[in-house]
Design a protein around this ligand. Structure first.
Ligand SMILES: Cc1cc2nc3c(=O)[nH]c(=O)nc-3n(C[C@H](O)[C@H](O)[C@H](O)COP(=O)(O)OP(=O)(O)OC[C@H]3O[C@@H](n4cnc5c(N)ncnc54)[C@H](O)[C@@H]3O)c2cc1C
Length: 450
């Protein structure tokens, strides 16, 4: 049952008052937008590609600074394996440019539309192998930021603690204008796939989550099916080809959402519709996640090289302790069937899971204390979604889920404070020093950060 929380779902719905959007084309423009003497109405929110699921990137009133005009790749250092970019560069553009020099981002990050700034300021999670790369922000060496006071601030590797505060800072400490990231030579991994029941997956989940492998999986809770994608580095993994990964990405990210949107329109009987959707999901994943892809690297495994328009999916992501995940995944299956029985609502797309390594590189790191498993729920079904995300948040609280300020819908402020503990208190103090008048604080973020 939906709890009576008043529209606390991460999307504030209110009367539309036009918000002014600026798209700075250079540093001077950006500084002018943030200058307190300029006429920019407050609150000011910084936006990358706008793909986050909560209102962390938007404003109902005030100003939005769209960073996508700042899109220069400034320098790729092939000797020291670093890259310096402006914050509005899209991930796909950077992945492509690095690949031409035999380099790749550390960690497999799909969703190529997003910007580097957005991926540094909010958790950017993927199927990463190993312990050093939970988030893209982990690889940041230097930042150039324009503060809420309109001044340039450099944060370097030597200012370790300050850098840790700026990583995953959700645009609350200023606009990231430029970033230098650590990259590496393209490294091939092997990918293996399995199809399991939820119970069998639960039996091995804790063991898999504690190993040095990249773990990504797709859950069809109403079919009792999990499709596993396990990635590891091998001595001689063989060659990696683009085409199979492109087909996989196309099947998962394009075919399923489009077909399901159409089915939602044309099939009125839920049982028939859902049975068909589950069969299509199972067939797609059975096909693309079994024999199709065997070897990959962080370039080929991102799937689409070209930038696509962000898909208009409903999404909410929560992270659960990896050590308890075998229990959580079974509880999640029960939650899905209870919700369907109680409210008639269910999500139609497979739930995607990732292992997120323990990572203390950011003060607001969700996995600061332990490795987590991120569960990304998405759907094309709008009717009933808002109540569903409230129930999902309640489920997540019951099972010790860690919220992401950019991705977890219906997150309660008290619960956020409980999970981020004194790190949130510390972050709030720094925020207050850098933005004493709350110019960068919109009502959504004020719930958590004031
Ligand atoms: C279909 C789909 C799939 C997704 N899959 C994944 C996934 O697998 N893994 C994952 O981690 N995420 C995923 N996401 C979520 C999303 O891509 C991430 O949250 C992403 O990092 C946000 O990047 P963005 O450029 O869209 O930033 P926005 O959404 O525009 O902003 C996100 C936050 O960063 C801040 N910000 C943006 N740019 C700057 C800047 N230059 N300076 C300071 N602050 C800034 C904003 O204020 C906001 O708080 C998915 C999204 C979609 C739509």
């Amino acid at each position: 049952m939906a709890s009576p929380r008043f529209r606390d779902t991460g999307r504030f719905v209110r009367r539309k008052i036009p918000t002014k959007t600026y798209i700075p084309a250079n540093l001077a423009d950006l500084m002018r937008c943030l200058d307190p003497d300029s006429n920019a109405a407050t609150p000011i929110r910084i936006r990358g590609a706008g793909t986050a699921s909560t209102d962390c990137n938007t404003n109902a009133t005030g100003t939005v600074i769209d960073m996508t005009g700042l899109d220069r790749i400034i320098h790729i250092d092939t000797y020291n394996h670093t890259v310096k970019v402006e914050a509005g560069v899209r991930l796909g553009t950077l992945v492509h440019a690095l690949a031409e020099q035999g380099l790749e981002l550390i960690g497999n990050h799909d969703q190529m539309e997003r910007t580097i700034g957005g991926a540094i300021a909010s958790p950017c999670i993927g199927a990463c192998i190993g312990e050093q790369a939970a988030y893209l922000s982990t690889q940041v060496l230097n930042l150039k930021v324009i503060t809420a006071g309109g001044r340039i601030m450099q944060v370097t590797e030597q200012q370790k603690h300050l850098l840790n505060v700026f990583r995953l800072s959700y645009g609350l400490l200023g606009a990231i204008y430029e970033a230098t990231l650590r990259v590496r030579p393209i490294t091939t991994f092997s990918a293996s796939h399995r199809s399991l029941t939820v119970d069998t997956f639960a039996d091995v989940a804790n063991r898999l989550a504690s190993r040095d492998i990249g773990l990504k999986f797709y859950v069809l809770p109403h079919m009792d099916r999990v499709y596993l994608d396990l990635r590891r580095y091998e001595q001689s993994p063989g060659s990696s080809y683009n085409a199979p990964w492109k087909i996989k990405d196309w099947g998962e990210s394009t075919v399923l959402p489009h077909v399901f949107k159409s089915l939602n329109r044309v099939l009125p009987i839920p049982t028939v519709k859902y049975r068909l959707m589950d069969s299509i999901s199972a067939a797609t994943h059975g096909l693309v996640n079994t024999r199709l892809v065997r070897n990959g690297n962080n370039v080929t495994a991102t799937g689409a090289r070209k930038r696509r328009k962000p898909r208009n999916l409903l999404r909410s992501t929560w992270c659960f302790p990896a050590s308890d995940f075998s229990v959580v995944i079974k509880a999640y299956r029960e939650f899905c069937s209870d919700t369907l029985a109680g409210s008639g609502y269910r999500t139609d797309l497979p739930v995607v899971g990732y292992r997120v390594a323990r990572d203390t590189s950011a003060v607001l790191s969700p996995s600061f204390d332990e490795p987590l498993i991120a569960l990304q729920t998405s759907s094309t079904q709008e009717k009933g979604w808002e109540d569903f995300v409230i129930d999902l948040a309640q489920f997540a609280e019951n099972w010790g889920g860690t919220p992401l300020f950019s991705e977890s819908r219906a997150m309660r402020a008290e619960y956020g404070a409980q999970m981020y503990t004194n790190r949130l208190t510390f972050f709030r103090k720094i925020r207050l020093q850098l933005d004493p008048h709350g110019r960068l604080l919109n009502p959504f973020l004020a719930q958590y950060f004031q």
